[in-house]
Design a protein around this ligand. Structure first.
Ligand code: M6R
Length: 612
């Protein structure tokens, strides 16, 4: 939520900042802005809308300087307009600030500043922060760094921020608490950003800031300390990320590219962790918590959005294979409802970004309550990976499209491996079933490749329902979360209202919505509840609803009943979420494209929800 970028060195900062903002745009696209310093003078440009609007605005301007900051905004306080766009300058022009996060006590700080004669031009909490820093700086006659540190001790809330002081123009001051910040270390130059994507084309030497840390960066050196002034030794890590992974690579949208990457991303996720010969699952990241997992009385999965849907698949699989009770919680609810947690509980936090504020808060709370906390995460070095004692990376590669696709299938793959491993360790899973499942997992990437080649079918069905206003998704058992995920994909990128239900729940209310205009997407692959799902299809047809059924190849029973069938290759029922989600992702994608929606950057959304 909000992307921030900074540069200091000998190069022209403008293109570095603009390109950096484009890479970070998935974090928010309500407005964009930059500030560059040249000859001790600030040039600040900001514009409502996307980075391209800012580029148009600045195209004819002569912008110079080797030091600068940039911001792409997802609005929290104040409308998405030019005035509320970052960077924000303090009233006397001494400080320029970009910020990702929320200053919770901004109203109280604002009142104090007003009493001292300050006035404000924007409605943002960030402007209050800029002025708080300036007030301390001018009143206390202290250095810019000390003014920032003192101001931050007065702040309640989350921040990732970069500050320029016009009197000390040869440095950038960066600080973090709750909102991510990384620093790229080049040759006589430093890059600062919300994540590594704008940095990786310049350097792969990265420092991850921790909460309550502050870095002061000149082009020649970096000093790192806590905001309470304890010196720290910066830990430089080499990041293994290719620039191609964060580019569209010939696809029209990142989302389409990411859907098509799934055979590879699933394979990358289980490669080296699931062996066929001998059939075995190795999850090295969990070694130090195996004893806790073996003794756990309960597992609680916490997550948000798509990751929560993957968690529901995990619940089904862990209970089925390992016979451990599992609860799946929305992280936002879990953290605020005084949950009963004991040291015999294991919490699994699932997050693509590893930066979702509610998930991180839930993890911190569970740790304080003495539970063992494991992470399933896609972004290397993210907050989640540093807040958990053990974990498993999903090796899906960077996911840039705001709608999550390959992250979901990679999370389901990891949860499948965890459930198999626990089933084996707890001796609840026979050797034969364990072996069969591992062997079948190996076949999933090829089955997905086959599904992807059927995209013309999905496109055709999408063209028939692109003008729908509502859509219902149904599934049972482990396919119910797939129904939820299919509905989420459709609503978030095409703005068609869609709801997912367990198929049998339909009779308890939603069936009232069925008429000849209501498309009902039903996931009806063969498993123990297949006959029941066929009955659910009959019930929809009896009310003239339109059935789009995801079925196994050659299913003639449902083909006779349904208006459209989307065939998927047969697999074991427990692995069917990995295949059945593909037609639903592509169905949503094509509908959104046909409706002219911005698929990669849907309205009001941001990729990484770093505020509550
Ligand atoms: O990064 P996370 O997995 O923690 O993100 C959780 C949700 O914000 C995310 O899955 C969101 O629901 C996506 N827009 C879904 O496509």
């Amino acid at each position: 939520m909000c992307g921030i970028v900074g540069y200091i060195g000998n190069k022209d900062a403008y293109p570095i900042l603009i390109n950096g903002l484009k890479r970070l745009e998935y974090r928010g696209y309500d407005s964009a802005g930059i500030a560059l310093i040249d000859n001790n003078k600030a040039q600040v440009y900001k514009k409502q809308g996307k980075v391209s609007e800012l580029e148009k605005e600045t195209a004819t301007k002569k912008i110079t300087g080797n030091i600068g900051i940039g911001h792409t905004r997802w609005a929290t306080h104040g409308l998405p307009n030019d005035i509320n766009a970052h960077p924000h300058m303090s009233m006397n022009g001494k400080f320029i600030v970009i910020h990702n996060g929320i200053i919770e006590n901004y109203a109280r700080l604002q009142k104090k500043l007003c009493d001292r004669g300050y006035s404000f031009t924007s409605e943002t909490d960030t402007e209050i922060l800029a002025n708080t820093i300036e007030y301390i700086y001018l009143k206390g006659k202290v250095s810019a760094e000390l003014a920032v540190r003192l101001a931050l001790t007065k702040i309640i809330g989350a921040y990732g921020l970069v500050v320029i002081c016009i009197d000390e123009p040869n440095q950038l001051i960066a600080a973090r608490n709750g909102s991510p910040l990384v620093i790229g270390v080049g040759e006589k130059e430093y890059f600062i950003a919300s994540d590594a994507t704008p940095i990786i084309e310049h350097t792969n030497r990265i420092i991850y800031l921790n909460d309550k840390e502050i870095a002061v960066v000149t082009k020649n050196e970096l000093s790192l300390k806590t905001i309470t002034n304890d010196a720290l030794i910066p830990m430089i890590q080499e990041l293994n990320l290719d620039i191609e992974e964060i580019e569209k690579g010939g696809y029209d949208h990142f989302m389409l590219k990411e859907i098509y990457e799934q055979p590879k991303s699933i394979n990358d996720t289980f490669r080296g962790r699931a062996s066929q010969n001998p059939p075995e699952i190795y999850l090295g990241g969990l070694y130090n918590v195996f004893d806790k997992l073996d003794e756990a009385e309960r597992i609680i999965i916490v997550a948000c959005g798509t990751s929560w849907h993957a968690g529901l698949v995990g619940e089904y699989l862990i209970e089925e294979f390992a016979r451990i009770p599992v609860e799946v919680e929305y992280a936002s609810e879990f953290r605020y409802r005084n949950p009963i947690i004991s040291k015999n509980d294991v919490i699994i936090a699932v997050s693509q970004s590893g930066e979702t504020a509610d998930t991180i808060a839930a993890v911190k709370m569970a740790r304080e309550l003495g539970a063992t906390v494991i992470g399933i995460c896609n972004v290397v070095g993210s907050s989640l990976t540093r807040e958990t004692e053990a974990g498993v990376y999903t090796h899906a590669g960077p996911e840039i499209g705001v709608a999550s696709t390959k992250a979901f299938s990679a999370q389901v793959t990891v949860l499948t491996m965890i459930s198999l491993l626990l089933g084996k360790r707890r001796k609840k899973l026979s050797e034969k079933t364990y072996t069969t499942l591992i062997k079948e997992l190996y076949k999933i990437p090829d089955k997905i490749t086959q599904l992807l080649s059927q995209n013309e079918t999905y496109k055709h069905v999408a063209s028939l329902y692109k003008d729908a206003t509502n859509c219902i998704y149904l599934g049972r058992g482990v396919l119910f979360p797939v129904a939820l995920e299919g509905a989420l994909k459709l609503k978030e990128i095409s703005y068609i209202h869609a709801e997912g239900y367990p198929a049998a729940e339909m009779k308890h209310g939603p069936i009232a919505l069925i008429d000849e205009n209501m498309p009902v997407v039903i996931i009806a692959t063969k498993d123990h509840s297949y006959e029941k799902v066929v009955s659910n299809i009959q019930e929809v047809k009896a009310r003239k609803g339109i059935i789009i059924a995801v079925v196994n190849e050659g299913d003639t029973t449902i083909a006779k009943l349904a208006d459209h069938v989307l065939e998927v290759p047969e697999t074991l029922p427990e692995l069917a979420p990995l295949t059945t989600i593909i037609p639903l992702q592509l169905f949503s994608y094509y509908i959104a494209v046909m409706r002219g929606c911005n698929v990669d950057q849907p309205r009001n959304l941001a990729k990484s929800v770093t505020v509550e």
